[in-house]
Design a protein around this ligand. Sequence first.
Ligand SMILES: [Zn+2]
Length: 325
Amino acid sequence: MNRWVKFQEIKAAAGIEAVLTHYQWESLRRRGNQVQGRCPIHRGQRPDAFHADLRKSIFHCFSCHAHGSVLDLVAAMEQCSIREAALWLEERFGVKPISPGPERGVGSGGEQKLVRKKERIAAPLSFKLRPVDSAHPYLTQRGIDADTATRFGVGYYAGPGLMHGRVVIPIHDERGRMLAYAGRSLDGAHPKYKMPAGFHKSGVLFNLHRAAACGQDRVVVVEGFFDCMKLHQAGQSGVVALMGCSLSGDQERLLTQRFSHIVLMLDADAAGLSASRMIAGRLTKHGVAEIVPLPAGCQPDQLSSEEICRALSNAARRERASSKV
Ligand SMILES: [Zn+2]
């Protein structure tokens, strides 16, 4: 449910200095009301890129061009929406939330303002989380070797912010520009995957830029990040993940623009099986769409490299046999 957020009050109560202190960004120098140093957002090396004015509570980075109020700073550090940044500040700096909810009537005037989720067009990220540990035991347990993890930029992140203590997975657009990180919890903490609020996974296919670079017209479609990495590790580099088991219109367009032969290898559970049938039905008008059967209840990331290759080659054999008819 939307809550009312008193924007100005939060900005006044939580100065930019307190927020910079919270992040313990050690490389900033202060002179009077001015602060200068390395940028905590994109974490570049330039020692004078980042400027903050403590009196006006604004900042600007001359390298990554991030700038704005204390809310923008928190949104950039936490990879969240402005509204979430406001709630984050409210929580940490004890700004009293405003009691009347939207049921009192939207637009009833006053200075209360409903901070709406700031829709971000998928703009490339201007920073990288580092360091990440690509040899973390969690990845080993899931059968992902350090080479694969490094190739995908995946690893455990111990630094500050939204993704703290999670395995982070960079997500790119079809041109290979990084759009967001997904953060997988290691201990079953909710949510299993954290994504920044402004990011819409339905507009993206995970790993498409690498799969497209293979130059083949055949691609395997899986549900999850780990399925995708396991297939890549098994030598199937033409693979993309839906990040779920539904195919959006945007994803359909991205797929069919590049590939004419689509192999569906979704989870063999009820949701995956019915999604496979539905998606195959939609894709056949664009070319070949086939479904790879897996053992009941099984998902691709539970299979060994040999089992993955066998399942795919059995499907290819069946495909050849049926096309001879
Ligand atoms: Zn910067």
